[in-house]
Design a protein around this ligand. Structure first.
Ligand code: ADP
Ligand code: ZN
Ligand code: MG
Length: 485
């Protein structure tokens, strides 16, 4: 029997506000443990929450960017459970009426290598809802047998994005997560850092016989700290479920943890012993009402999103799809490109960026924002090559000096005397000298051994310390060798 996976994702994204969602404590990561706390986020009796307007704005913008309907009125609810990292004894979330619902993500999927080559396929994945909630603190279990808790994260604003179970492979789930992260980064509402927990994903998966309508029993996988883990964990879990069913067993609805060491999922708790959250309306917060005016303003503030930008770059700069895709990975990278491409041939600028520039940045673990080479300097370098002022080989050298010093390429070229000799006047005498010094080779060339052109070019390059423009040298040599015959 053949099975098909069915996958749905629940993604938590920390919003990049300065302060927490219901108090004015800082959200800065890495502050001394428990220093960013106050009576509200510590859940002390009598302390009342005040909703952070920025958090709402970011959540609404995320909803709009993901094609959701924004509910002009939404409600907060208490989700009750007991855990040491949750001092209030409940999480403030949204339940019946979330801030945003019914979104769509249209994603172009990379061609399946096992299928015949065709245009990249795009698929629509539905988003069920996006709601606002507060984050819990962090328990630290590896402190010599005891557990400690850091409540700095308690009350950090989160959005939870819940998808429909529309993914049919781990690869589709992976592509969606990459897409989502990219959109949140473009919106500047989340830093997307999975190691620091700013973006977290739980994956729900079941399998069903191919052709069946009804979903099978799902398991939920937690503890997925990178998109790669999500893919691996799903692949493992799909195979595990197949094996269970083929042996005549049944899948138990449970939460499982991904163990990176053993590369497997392990049962954590079954649904029978799972929490009964006893959701109820949050009495300390009024319904959240978004005015049409504010909604319009937030809609206006949505920047050009990755897909639109990619399409525009293809059209405006004559880039192919893959190049445009690479350039629009982040907003900053695309900005850099557009600044440089205004002053030099775009495709050449793009190739420098995804080649040498990316390699240097990666090696140093730097972001494009900290790139020592200013975009107009990269454009200047491309121009220097294009006009024949320096050779492609010299350009590599100039590029690494630019990267080290941040200097303008023209300055480096002048100071180091790297300018290519591109004037006929200057090269003429050198070419003559080389021909005069090798009468026998000239004879052989004229006798039909045209391969000797390489020898002559080499000699001229040596005489000029490698600075002659090879194309021009070639032309001059051929002209003279013909003229004398
Ligand atoms: P729960 O009540 O267990 O939280 P939800 O209905 O809220 O389940 O769904 C949570 C996530 O699980 C959603 O992303 C949803 O698409 C996905 N999901 C629900 N049922 C299944 C299933 N049978 N197989 C795979 N994913 C599922
Ligand atoms: Zn606080
Ligand atoms: Mg649920």
């Amino acid at each position: 029997m053949e099975f098909e996976p069915v996958i749905g994702l629940e993604v938590h994204a920390q919003l990049l506000t300065q302060s927490k969602i219901f108090c004015s404590c800082s959200t800065r990561f890495g502050a001394p443990p428990n220093s960013n706390t106050c009576p509200v986020c510590l859940g002390l009796p009598g302390a009342l929450p005040v909703l952070n307007r920025q958090a709402v704005a970011m959540a609404v913008r995320s909803g709009l960017a993901l094609g959701c309907r924004i509910n002009r009125k939404s409600l907060f609810a208490r989700k009750n459970y007991f855990y040491p990292d949750l001092p209030k004894g409940y999480q403030i979330s949204q339940y019946d009426l979330p801030l945003a619902a019914e979104g769509i993500a249209t994603i172009s999927l990379p061609a399946d290598p096992s299928e015949p080559p065709s245009a990249a396929e795009s698929k629509r994945f539905r988003i069920n809802r996006i709601h606002l909630e507060d984050d819990a603190g962090k328990s630290i279990h590896d402190q010599g047998g005891t557990t400690q808790v850091n409540l700095n994260r308690t009350g950090t604003p989160l959005i939870e994005i819940v998808t429909e179970a529309d993914f049919r492979s781990s690869g589709e789930a992976y592509e969606f997560l990459s897409f989502l992260r990219q959109v949140l980064l473009y919106l500047e509402v989340c830093d997307g850092n999975m190691e620091e927990g700013s973006l977290r994903c739980d994956a729900n998966v079941s399998i069903r016989p191919v052709g069946a309508e009804a979903f099978g029993t799902k398991t939920e996988i937690k503890n997925l700290n990178s998109f790669r883990f999500v893919r691996r964990a799903l692949d493992y879990e799909i195979e595990r479920q197949k094996a269970v069913l083929l042996e005549g067993g049944r899948i138990i609805q449970e939460t499982r943890l991904w163990n990176e060491q053993t590369q497997s999922t392990e049962a954590m708790r079954s649904k029978e012993e799972a929490h009964d959250y006893r959701y109820f309306p949050e009495p300390d917060l009024l319904p959240l009402v978004i005015s049409q005016e504010w909604l319009d303003e937030l809609q206006e503030s949505i920047p050009e999103l990755p897909d639109a930008r990619k399409t525009r770059l293809e059209a405006d700069y004559g880039l192919d799809e893959s190049l445009a895709g690479l350039l629009t990975q982040t907003r900053e990278f695309a900005d850099y490109f557009e600044t440089a491409a205004r002053k030099a041939p775009p495709v050449k600028v793009a190739n420098w960026m995804i080649g040498d520039l990316t390699r240097e940045l990666k090696r140093d673990g730097r972001e494009i924002a900290d790139c020592p080479i200013a975009p107009h300097h990269l454009a200047e370098l491309v121009e220097l090559i294009d006009t024949g002022a320096i050779s492609g080989k010299t350009a590599k050298d100039v590029f690494s000096r630019m990267y080290q010093s941040g200097e303008a390429p023209a300055r480096i070229v002048e100071r180091e005397g790297l300018r290519q000799i591109s004037s006929e006047g200057e090269l003429d005498s050198v070419v003559d000298r080389v021909l005069d010094a090798n009468p026998d080779k000239v004879e052989q060339y004229r006798g039909g051994k045209e391969g000797l052109i390489g020898f002559f070019v080499g000699q001229v390059m040596r005489e000029t310390g490698g600075q002659a423009n090879p194309k021009l040298v070639n032309e001059l040599l051929r002209g003279k060798l013909k003229a004398k015959s």
